[in-house]
Structures are given as C-alpha cells and as structure tokens.
Design a protein around this ligand. Structure first.
Ligand SMILES: [Zn+2]
Length: 442
C-alpha cells in the first residue's frame, strides 16, 4: 500500500536514461519514492491503479524532481533591491557588509530565511546549499520551512555577525557543525569560507581541515571577479584556483562558487581534484563579474550545479528563470546555439546539481528508493501550449509561478500554490518592517 500515488502526469524523471513517461505514475511510501512507471505499456495493469491512501490525478501537469539551488545566502532576501547597479567591490564593501554588520540579528536572520524558503518552495526548489552568518538561526528556520538544505556557517577574517573576534571563526564554524550533525534529517551542516580574498591562508587551511575532520561539505566563493584574480596573483603569485589547490582546499568535499575567472590550467586542477562548481549566471551578469566558461568545465567532466546566489545580487530565487538565463547566456557568449542545451541545463538544476552537492544517492531524479522531493508544474496555460517537448518548456518557457504542488521527503509543503508549513503573511510583514529600519539608517 502506497501513501501517495500521483498519476496521469508527464513524468520527467531526470534519471540516468533521462526517461520521460507521458503519462506516467509515481508512488510514494513514507519519505521515499516507491514506484515509477509509464502508463500505456500494459493495458491490464493500467486499468487498476495501485492502492494508495491519497491518489492525485495530475492530468495536464509535469511531475519532475524538486529543483536544487546550489548557492544561496538565505537571509539576504532582506537586502533585495537595497543597492543595485554597482560593481561587486563597491556593492559589498559600501552597502552589503555595513548593512550586515548593523542589521543581521538572530531575529532578522530568521525572517529573511523564512522569506527565502517560501520563495524557493513556491517556485519548485526543494533543496538549497546556503552560506551565511548565524547559520544556526538559518538552520532552525529552514527546519521549520520544510526545505532540505546544506547550510554552511560563514568564516571570514573580520568581525562578523555572531563572531565578534575573527580569531574564533573556524572554531565557531566547527562547533556549529558538531551541533547540527545528525540533528535534523533535512539539514546537512557545512563550513563556508567567504573567499580567498577575505580569508587568510591560515583560516582557509584551518576551515578545510575542520570540514574534512567532521565530514562536512566545504563551500567557498572562488574566482568571481577579475579584481579578485588580480589581487590573489599579486599576493600569492598564482591564480586563485592554483592558490587554493596548493593550500589543499580542492577535493570532492569542496563546492567552488562562481568560477568565472578560470583558465585551462585552473579547470584541469578542479577536474583532477574532484571538486564541484556552483554556477550563478544571473548574479555574475548583474554584478558584471563575467561569464563562467561552462562548456570547458563540462568538457573537463566537472559537476556543475546551478545557483541563484543571494537575493541582493539576483534579485530573485527563481531557478526556472536561472535555467532560462543559463541556456541563453552561453549560447550568445559562444555564438553557438547548440551549447547549454535544455537537457544539460535542466540537469544542472536537478541530477547534476545533486552530484555537485554530493547528494545524488538521495535526490536529483525521480528514481525508486530516492527521497520523494517532487514538483508538479501546471501546463494548461498559454505559454505551455502546445507541448512538443516538456524539457524545452521547463527551461525556456516556465517560471516559478507555474508550480502548483511541492513535496519534500514525502510531505506536501505547497498545495495549489499555497505554502503549508508556516504562515507567510506575518513573515512578509516583518520583512517590510525590517526594511523600513534598514532604509532609515543605511
Ligand atoms: Zn554568494
């Protein structure tokens, strides 16, 4: 007996064979997928639906794996639209870092995180990989939201929210990992070094050593801007990637975020190390940081996930929009419409994203035995009509607003576009109140 059966949907599995069942059915038992099958193969069998406590007829909808956002800063939704149209160094040093120093309190972190989780879940994202300060507060809010996440405590060599003395930054992050390890089934604690230009070599080595010892993922912004690359070359005599590699920071437990300024030698280093990369094209475009050489990373066999980055540099958390941007950006940059095809890009937000996060045994495709992180997308709309190829529409025509229902670990978190896990109106009211405060003092 199944707990939930979803049938009559176009099932885009994102499994290794990229099978699409149209129509197909998916059965859920407890927190995992217990049945995946196409209809129309065996008429006798199709006449009788498998028994389930709840049966959903998803005619006119696409059933797909929950999207995976490989890079976020959840509490930064509070700074959405606070400072736009600026280069990264000005934006960060004169707007974001000062606003964080004044307004990142435990209560505000909770508000910003819940707001982001609502946006993510309502838009079909079921897992994210986050890095920020006061990450314990982030973790409690994520747990309440119903999302799944890798959550990295921020490490930076200057006083930060929750860590007044930078000398304590690595110990603080290690303590956070110990507290959250094994504590909640949907949360994986991690360590997030801000970047090679805001953390010294001792901090970088110490943070990676702690992550390795604790078996926690290690996250870091890398080679985001040309200015960063120049700074590290000047200080260390090598590229940021070469520098991190020499410090022993690159291995299959590391997720490198951005990777815009990489040369061929850098790409080979990353490929040889087994490290994965999170691609954040909209943030890189908005801050005019540059364009990651995506095709070269793919050719080298590097697992690349897709991230939005924080809402202050995007300015939304819609992975459908991010997929569309990714496909178009690389085509125009390479003047080649065959690169970053729809299948490749959808994989970056599902199966490949799961590989980049080291979670492919649990999530990333609709496969028997995997966790039931599922999204149902409405297709009976003008912009989905007609539908020759569902994957094409998911990448080039869909938006987060097309998502009707969302499930994480077999539990409904969104039904008919309504969030079920917490009350959203008071969170938005609180975010507006915080913004008044920020605007008055910023
Ligand atoms: Zn970032």
């Amino acid at each position: 007996m199944l707990d939930i059966l979803i049938h009559n949907a176009t099932v885009v599995t994102q499994n290794s064979g990229r099978e699409v069942f149209s129509p197909g059915m998916v059965g859920i038992r407890g927190d995992h997928i217990a049945l995946v099958r196409g209809a129309g193969v065996d008429a006798d069998r199709d006449a009788l639906l498998p028994e389930a406590k709840e049966t959903i007829d998803a005619a006119g909808c696409i059933l797909m794996p929950g999207l995976i956002n490989a890079h976020t800063h959840l509490p930064m939704s509070l700074f959405r639209g606070l400072a736009d149209d600026l280069p990264l160094d000005l934006w960060l040093n004169e707007h974001i870092f000062p606003a964080e120093a004044r307004f990142i309190t435990p209560a505000n972190v909770r508000t910003g995180t819940l707001l982001s989780c609502a946006e993510l879940l309502l838009g079909g994202t079921t897992t994210c990989c986050d890095g920020y300060f006061l990450e314990s507060e982030v973790a409690m809010a994520v747990a309440d939201s119903g999302m799944r996440a890798i959550l990295g405590q921020g490490v930076i060599d200057f006083p930060a929210p929750g860590v007044g003395d930078p000398a304590d930054n690595v110990a603080h992050a290690a303590e956070y990992v110990k507290v959250w390890r094994g504590r909640h089934e949907r949360i994986t604690p991690a360590i997030f070094c801000h970047s090679p230009y805001t953390c010294g070599s001792k901090t970088l080595r110490g943070a990676k050593a702690a992550a390795r010892e604790l078996g926690a993922p290690f996250l870091i912004h890398l080679a985001e801007t040309r200015g960063e690359a120049g700074m590290i070359v000047e200080a260390a005599g090598r590229s940021p990637t070469h520098y991190l590699d020499e410090l022993g920071l690159l291995d299959n437990g590391s997720l490198l975020v951005h990777g815009v300024w990489l040369d061929e030698a850098d790409i080979q280093r990353i490929a040889a190390s087994g490290a994965a990369v999170a691609h954040c094209p909209e943030s890189n475009m908005k801050l005019a940081s540059g364009v990651m050489p995506l095709s070269d990373l793919h050719t080298a066999g590097i697992h690349v996930g897709l991230g939005t980055d924080g809402s202050a540099s995007n300015n939304d958390l819609d992975l459908f929009g991010e997929m569309s941007t990714t496909a178009r950006l690389h085509k125009v940059m390479q003047r080649d419409p065959t690169v970053a095809d729809a299948h490749q890009v959808l994989a970056m937000a599902t199966s490949e994203g799961a590989r980049a996060l080291g979670m492919d045994a649990q999530i990333g495709s609709i496969s028997k035995g995997k966790l039931a992180d599922l999204v149902i997308v409405e297709t009976r709309t003008p912009h989905f009509t007609p539908m020759y190829e569902p994957v094409s529409h998911l990448v080039y025509a869909a938006r987060g607003g097309d998502v009707r229902h969302v499930m994480v670990g077999g539990r409904w978190v969104v039904r008919e576009r309504q969030l079920l896990t917490f009350e959203l109106a008071p969170v938005m009211a609180e975010a507006r109140a915080v913004a008044v405060h920020i605007q008055g003092r910023a």
